[in-house]
Design a protein around this ligand. Structure first.
Ligand SMILES: Cc1cc2nc3c(=O)[nH]c(=O)nc-3n(C[C@H](O)[C@H](O)[C@H](O)COP(=O)(O)OP(=O)(O)OC[C@H]3O[C@@H](n4cnc5c(N)ncnc54)[C@H](O)[C@@H]3O)c2cc1C
Length: 384
């Protein structure tokens, strides 16, 4: 058993780390405060092939393993989590297309999505339903060779840049169990009746937009039904969310690593009572706990990703990784702030951004309490 990255993964980490230091670190604080969209950074990410991380080579992607995929999110989030957000739901959409799309759908969309010429997201949540996805109200009614879609989606990351956007809808309101009446439609930008109505103001995660999407008599061709068969939508979304949980776990580890980096540097440099604060045992205890939890979270994340690489479902593993990494990330960003004293509360330092970005890790891709119920169900009943 070897807990280290292999040579290829380690080299890939260096590449992403170098890119983040060179191209993201110099602008992260300013652009995040301005809520500026990271257009130039995205152009570089296209060159690195990052939009095609989960796209097989035959469709133009780089098809990396899931461990390397989590490393991308860790390294980017160590510098600016918002940038990682641009890749998160895009990658889930490409994974869904690659694993569930028809051959025609894959050939039609994957090459442009892999290059970043087109980008995507994932529209599941509605104003009345997030955790309870079977409670969504968006409905697609079949009319000859089109679906007519009505409903509202909210909190949709990348909504203004997605083309196509996978949208979870109900295609059968009567069937039981309810999930058999759910499908995913790939809705292309500019389709009449598809409107990104507003962007939501947020605590953190600035850079990528989180938007409300209104679907009003939106006519979507039947060939845009993901996989070509109705009733598979919830299953398709849940299997993409396993990759989503690994990316959120990676992001959480990245924020926690940044918190430890900053806390360590500051503790060495800041003096109080005639010595560096790192000499005080109270600070040392915090640093030791932060480093220990961080390493545990990273290894758990790599382990969960390696289970995805092994094939099959990994709800339990990815759920554990996302749950643990996000909770430690919240604790670590707060400890980092405490170690910085008053400066931790200043917008002139990066600490406050880490603290604002951390809580999203406990919400996105399944709230931590929902994940606890998924883990417990597997433990008690062996059910996914
Ligand atoms: C910045 C941001 C970006 C996002 N991006 C996207 C996106 O791109 N696409 C997308 O579809 N969604 C996105 N979301 C939405 C996100 O996935 C949901 O917010 C999340 O799934 C929770 O749903 P909810 O907000 O409706 O909360 P609810 O489901 O209403 O939950 C409220 C509370 O009740 C708890 N709860 C609910 N049911 C149970 C239960 N059975 N047992 C125990 N506790 C329960 C939850 O844990 C939570 O604490 C985003 C959210 C944010 C904040």
């Amino acid at each position: 058993m070897d807990f280290e990255l292999n040579e290829q993964q380690a080299a890939f980490r260096e590449l992403i780390r170098d890119f983040a230091r060179r191209s993201i670190a110099p602008v992260a604080r300013q652009w995040e405060h301005e809520g500026r969209y990271p257009t130039e950074i995205i152009e570089e990410m296209k060159g690195l092939g990052l939009f095609g991380m989960l796209v097989p080579e035959e469709y133009g992607g780089i098809g990396i393993d899931a461990v390397s995929y989590t490393i991308v999110f860790e390294e980017l989030s160590r510098v600016w989590m918002g940038v990682a957000g641009v890749l998160g739901s895009h990658s889930m959409a490409t994974h869904m297309l690659a694993s569930s799309g028809t051959e025609e759908q894959k050939r039609r969309w994957l090459p442009d999505l892999a290059s970043g010429k087109r980008r995507s997201g994932l529209a599941l949540t509605e104003p009345n339903a997030g955790s309870d996805l079977q409670g969504i109200l968006s409905v697609a009614r079949r009319e000859a060779d089109h679906y007519v879609v009505n409903g509202t989606k909210t909190w949709i990351t990348n909504a203004r840049h997605a083309d196509p956007l996978p949208v979870l809808v109900k295609t059968d309101l009567d069937v039981q169990p309810r999930h058999r009446g759910m499908s995913i439609l790939m809705i292309e930008a500019g389709t009449p009746g598809f409107t990104v109505s507003r962007d939501i103001e947020k605590l953190g995660y600035k850079g990528p937009e989180s938007s409300e999407v209104v679907l009003q008599d939106c006519r979507v061709p039947v060939e845009n039904l993901l996989g070509g068969v109705e009733g598979l939508g919830l299953k398709q979304a849940l299997s993409a969310l396993e990759f989503g949980r690994c990316n959120v776990a990676g992001r959480a580890v990245g924020i926690a690593q940044a918190s430890l980096d900053l806390a360590l540097a500051y503790a060495r440099e800041r003096h109080a009572f005639g010595r560096p604060i790192a000499d005080f045992q109270a600070i040392q205890l915090k640093l030791a706990d932060m480093a220990t939890e961080l390493q545990a979270g990273r290894l758990l994340t790599w382990w969960a990703a390696s289970r995805l690489d092994a094939g099959g479902r990994a709800d339990l593993e990815t759920g554990m990784a996302k749950l643990y990494a996000s909770e430690l990330c919240i604790r670590t960003s707060l400890e980092c702030m405490r170690i910085h004293g008053g400066y931790g509360y200043s917008q002139e330092f990066d600490v406050e951004r880490l603290y604002r970005d951390a809580p999203l890790m406990a919400i996105g891709e399944g709230t931590n309490d929902i994940l606890r119920t998924v883990i417990a169900r597997q433990l008690t009943h062996g059910l996914p």
